[in-house]
Ligand binder design. Structure first.
Ligand code: F6R
Ligand code: MG
Ligand code: MG
Length: 364
């Protein structure tokens, strides 16, 4: 049976500040998706949040980029925004860049990751959701899952993965894409993937079967809006077991809290801390960046779960390590490399300040 898994997310208002989502907004989203399930648009759904981002996890039979599903997500965010406005939450409607829905939420602010799949006998999926970071944050974890034998032993000893995976990499500034075959092209691939502010992994495919293995949201909010409107806070769906890495191989990359863009005012580098959903409320210096992972088994499109995968003491040490890295970086204050390099600061609020000072520069 073919089923589509759509994860659509948006920050439509923070409580308190940009730290988390208000329960009333999540209740409203639940209500909207419940009605859509009853009326047949969705097979199933799960609503959650990561920090100040509302996450709509939906299954249906309508395929990717479906107008009805995207409109449902948009309308749900519009309804949530009404509540955010009433409660005077911070940044109400922040990620809704347009006043009216135009067929697809992709260029309108919300982040989207979708995959249409032939549901396997046992369809294990892991959904990663992040806050206070940008769309390239998945590059290193996806590389480790699908191309690094030091992370994924299955690439070496499991015959059904030994043929490798193909990576679709998007140039988020020039709007171009390229596909690399791992393992033989990993050196070429890392030239681009290693620069996550510009190149983001959009999808990964099993090379022998062509099956989709992972998809991410690569929308860069600042590129869409042409100004700073907050960070992308991306999502990523990864299929697991059988032809794909085991659950443990998919979670393993997050034991290294990689340095990512985001954190305070979307203008800093900080460690990506893997946490349980109830801990995804970034408060220290509006961070540090968080990632949560929800595991599901799909049963004829029904979402059996979630299991909160980082709710495991085995991730205590990565969290401690992330706190140490955060502490070290914070001591740099306004200096690089804690603050983003100038080129990336173009997409923050800093250019306005620089413009004001421009006249005071005199020739040397
Ligand atoms: C980062 C983020 C926050 C805000 C900061 C200022 O993604 O959302 O760090 O940038 O709290 O917020 P405003 O400008 O809304 O007062
Ligand atoms: Mg926010
Ligand atoms: Mg956010």
């Amino acid at each position: 049976m073919k089923v589509t898994l759509s994860v659509i997310k948006a920050d439509i208002g923070g409580y308190v500040g940009h730290s988390t989502s208000h329960p009333k907004i999540l209740e409203k989203a639940e209500e909207c998706l419940k009605a859509a399930k009853k009326e047949g648009t969705l097979i199933d759904y799960h609503v959650t949040s990561c920090g100040d981002d509302v996450q709509l996890i939906m299954t249906h039979k309508k395929g990717e980029d479906n107008k009805a599903v995207h409109k449902l997500a948009w309308d749900t965010f519009v309804e949530g925004t009404k509540i955010a406005k009433k409660l005077k939450l911070h940044g109400a409607g922040q990620d809704l860049l347009s006043d009216a829905f135009s067929g697809n939420v992709k260029a309108m602010g919300p982040g989207v990751a979708e995959m249409e799949i032939e549901e396997r006998q046992a369809e294990t999926v892991i959904i990663f959701m992040a806050d206070k970071t940008s769309s390239g944050a998945w590059n290193m974890p996806l590389y480790k899952m699908f191309a690094d034998p030091f992370n994924t032993i299955g690439l070496v000893i499991a015959g059904n993965m030994h043929g490798g995976f193909a990576f679709e990499v998007h140039d988020v500034k020039e709007h171009k894409k390229i596909t690399f075959n791992a393992p033989e092209e990993i050196y070429d691939m890392l030239v681009f993937m290693g620069a996550p502010s510009r190149y983001a992994v959009k999808a990964v495919y099993h090379r022998e079967t062509g099956e989709v293995a992972a998809v991410s949201s690569t929308q860069r909010l600042s590129m869409m809006a042409g100004r700073y409107v907050g960070k992308d806070d991306p999502v990523c769906i990864v299929r697991s077991q059988g032809n794909f890495p085991a659950v443990g191989e998919i979670l393993e990359p997050f034991t290294m809290p990689a340095m990512v863009e985001g954190w305070m005012r979307g203008s800093h580098h900080g460690p990506l801390m893997p946490v349980a959903q109830h801990q995804a409320n970034p408060s220290r210096f509006d961070g540090p960046p968080r990632v949560i992972s929800y595991g599901f088994q799909l049963a004829d499109g029904k979402l059996v779960g979630p299991r909160d995968m980082f709710d495991d003491p085995a991730f205590d040490e990565p969290r401690r390590w992330a706190n140490q890295a955060a502490e070290y970086l914070r001591r740099h204050g306004p200096f690089e490399p804690h603050r983003l390099p100038l080129e990336e600061m173009e997409y923050t609020t800093m250019p306005q300040v620089m413009k004001k000072l421009q006249k005071r520069f005199v020739k040397l």
